[in-house]
Design a protein around this ligand. Structure first.
Ligand SMILES: NC(=O)c1ccc[n+]([C@@H]2O[C@H](COP(=O)([O-])OP(=O)(O)OC[C@H]3O[C@@H](n4cnc5c(N)ncnc54)[C@H](O)[C@@H]3O)[C@@H](O)[C@H]2O)c1
Length: 261
């Protein structure tokens, strides 16, 4: 299993945590960056229970803050050595409502975490990969919202950031191909994580879960480990000729795009 050392942003919950668990189990050195310090502690406890295979460091970090990101990457590189993998995955799903009513601060915050956070994580991962010639692999988490409008609507900032992430992935794939660095995106569909339900009142969740499941061709939401497996494949030597691509893991949502007759 290549790589040796992978940084995962948003690695203390959901898809990021499932990815951390898979990599740790495969003996990879995992650096978990997350804004939620108590979830980092819980994740580290869980990894310790999982067994001695890998090693992990958790670093509290706001991916939208350049100094924080720079410090966190330096800390992980200091402990584990050069990076050869990045999962730029931290995100927030704040809907915010219709655009004409969306406040400027909400727009800025979603862009700062979901897009600037990916820029900054890629920047410091690439500096390490180029400096040490590690020919690494970067996986950014996009969304079906980068390609189609969400049926429920009212997620303009989130959708704009994911479109931006997908464009960035294609650009970086070309810019860094000659350095041997691959850059791809994973496109999870509706996945059972806190982000999926953050904006939904508790009393509505069961009804909405059943409705969403019915709209997905595979008839259910994903468990976090399902997109995580796609991420691990993109990081691994099994995908050495794959760059600039999107690996869609959405239960058929994007393939559907049709009316009933
Ligand atoms: N869950 C879904 O249905 C779904 C679908 C498509 C794409 N995604 C994307 O998957 C990624 C992971 O989301 P998830 O569903 O696992 O959600 P999640 O809420 O379980 O995990 C997101 C993690 O990002 C962290 N985070 C938030 N802001 C941060 C910041 N400023 N700095 C550092 N960490 C921060 C959170 O603390 C959390 O641990 C996101 O980019 C999301 O947009 C999720």
């Amino acid at each position: 299993m290549k790589p040796k050392t992978v940084v995962i942003t948003g690695g203390a919950s959901g898809i990021g945590r499932a990815t951390a668990e898979l990599l740790f189990g495969a003996g990879v050195q995992v650096g978990i960056l997350d804004a939620n310090a108590s979830n980092i502690a819980r994740t580290m406890d869980k990894l310790r229970l999982q067994g001695p295979e890998g090693s992990a460091i958790g670093v509290p970090c706001d991916v939208s803050d350049e100094k924080d990101v720079q410090r966190a990457f330096a800390h992980i590189e200091g402990r584990f050595g050069p990076l050869d993998g990045l999962v730029a995955n931290a995100g927030i799903g704040t809907g915010g409502g219709l655009l004409h009513e969306l406040d400027y601060d909400t727009w800025q915050r979603v862009l700062a975490v979901n897009l600037t956070g990916v820029f900054l994580s890629c920047k410091y991962a690439l500096q390490s990969m180029l400096h040490y010639h590690t020919r690494g692999s970067i996986v950014c988490t996009s969304s079906p919202a980068a390609f189609v409008s969400m049926a429920a609507g009212e997620v303009p900032a989130y959708s704009a950031t994911k479109g931006g992430v997908s464009a960035l992935v294609r650009t970086l794939a070309i810019d860094y191909a000659s350095y041997g660095v691959r850059v791809n995106a994973v496109v999870p569909g509706a996945t059972e994580t806190p982000l999926m339900w953050d904006d939904v009142p508790l009393s509505d969740r069961e009804r909405l879960r059943a409705q969403v499941a019915q709209e997905i061709p595979l008839g259910r939401l994903a468990e976090p480990i399902e997109p995580a497996r796609a991420v691990v494949w993109l990081l691994s030597d099994a995908s050495t000729y794959v760059t600039g691509s999107h690996l869609v893991c959405d239960g058929g949502i994007l393939a559907k795009g049709s009316i009933s007759v």
